[in-house]
Ligand binder design. Sequence first.
Ligand SMILES: C[S@@+](CC[C@H](N)C(=O)[O-])C[C@H]1O[C@@H](n2cnc3c(N)ncnc32)[C@H](O)[C@@H]1O
Length: 218
Amino acid sequence: MEYVRVSTHLKGLNQNTSFFRDHAPFECLKALVIPKLIKARKQEKTIRVWSAGCSIGHEPYSVAMVINNFNLPGWYISILATDIDPRMTSATHTGIYNDIEEVPDNFKRYFHRINGTWQIDKDLRKIINTSVFDLNGQWPGMPKMDIILVRHVLCHLPDKNVDTIIKKIAQTLRHDGYLFIGQGLPLAKESIKRWFYPYNKDGFRPVMTGKHCCYVLN
Ligand SMILES: C[S@@+](CC[C@H](N)C(=O)[O-])C[C@H]1O[C@@H](n2cnc3c(N)ncnc32)[C@H](O)[C@@H]1O
């Protein structure tokens, strides 16, 4: 049996995840967010994404597959994948998975079989930068992001921390960038209502596509 020493502050964290989790956010990326960003960034040809609380990488790689499918030669695509737990960022960096059943068939080509497991293609691994980062801690300087995903993370944190994190997220997102959080979070977390429309008319506004909404600031 192998024993892994885990710092006390990492014990009991919920690290559930899956490829294309909840489906609808990825439909929203495909149908609305990426096409809009391709237009808006046609001069600089750069899209920066941050998956905060990335677990073992299913979320950032799902985004990477969607963007890669747009075939954007000459563009700089960068996905920052961070987690409080170094075991998660290390697994994300390796990009090896036992099971890719939830991956839609047309995206399975991004995986290669190695020793009974599946490794994500190296071209997608190259655009993912991993880093250990506690959302409750000091935020390092980072470039402004076009897309931020903080899904199924904030619901596990105390209200007062979530309030501070949303404020910092608003400062880190470009003025026309997109925020993905767990659906219903602004209503479920009383303390953060003030960052969202209609409680704040200058706050994050929902953008609906089909069943899902993401949020924009302008
Ligand atoms: C339930 S998983 C969600 C993974 C992915 N975002 C998704 O939606 O499938 C939550 C992740 O957030 C990480 N996490 C929890 N608290 C955190 C914090 N304070 N800062 C950064 N990451 C945190 C956990 O280690 C875990 O990997």
